[in-house]
Design a protein around this ligand. Structure first.
Ligand SMILES: [Zn+2]
Length: 206
């Protein structure tokens, strides 16, 4: 018998994570499974809908707040519903304890959980939710897209007015507070070097 699993699908921004979530959702439903989509409340894009860049959307059953216990929420949901799959959008924004609770949803309640999220923030550091997922999830599935140079995109460069920035808060929602361009590690380093040398020139001229 196949055991339920906690899976993490990860990639850079714009690599089609949300499109994959939507595709997985519809194929599970078509195959006769009961599935829901949930996501952290920090993502204001699309409110209660899980919105892909190409405009498709799937309704989110509930939002997860920082202090919510997802295990208890799901246990309550099960009092009135059947459930085979939980799809978690924007999983990088989960708290560490949320991932532990989701693992109990899999191991105790026997429900499959698939998380979709970013690996790292615009500085190249792991998000809290992604870190815990790398520690606890199995299987891991990278969603791979190529940078214009041919390497795989793994970094999310933050842009303000088209200019890369490398300092600031970890979270600035795409299209709301900033825009992003996903690139490979090498192109990220090259862009950072260029920005840093430009600001040094500015300092020198002062
Ligand atoms: Zn590149």
């Amino acid at each position: 018998m196949k055991q339920p699993y906690l899976k993490f699908c990860f990639g850079a921004m714009g690599c089609g994570k949300t499109r994959k979530l939507q595709g997985d959702y519809y194929s599970k439903v078509q195959d006769g499974f009961e599935a829901i989509v949930i996501k952290p409340s920090i993502d204001v894009k699309g409110d209660n809908n899980t919105l892909a860049r190409d405009g498709g959307s799937v309704e989110t059953t509930f939002l997860i707040n920082k202090k919510d216990n997802i295990y208890i929420k799901i246990a309550n949901y099960l009092l009135e519903h059947n459930l085979d799959f939980i799809l978690v959008d924007e999983a990088q924004f989960l708290e560490g304890h949320h991932v532990e609770e989701l693992s109990n949803v899999v191991d105790i309640l026997g429900i499959n959980v698939i998380c979709y999220g970013l690996r790292t923030d615009f500085k190249g550091n792991l998000f809290e939710g992604s870190k815990r997922l790398f520690e606890m999830a199995d299987p891991l599935e990278p969603i791979i897209r190529q940078c214009s140079c041919g390497n795989n995109k793994i970094y999310n460069m933050r842009l303000y007015d088209g200019v890369p920035v490398f300092e600031g808060e970890q979270v600035a929602i795409d299209g709301v507070d900033a825009t992003y361009e996903s690139v490979c590690r090498k192109c990220y380093k090259d862009a950072k070097k260029k920005v840093l040398s430009r600001s040094k020139v500015k300092e020198f001229k002062k």
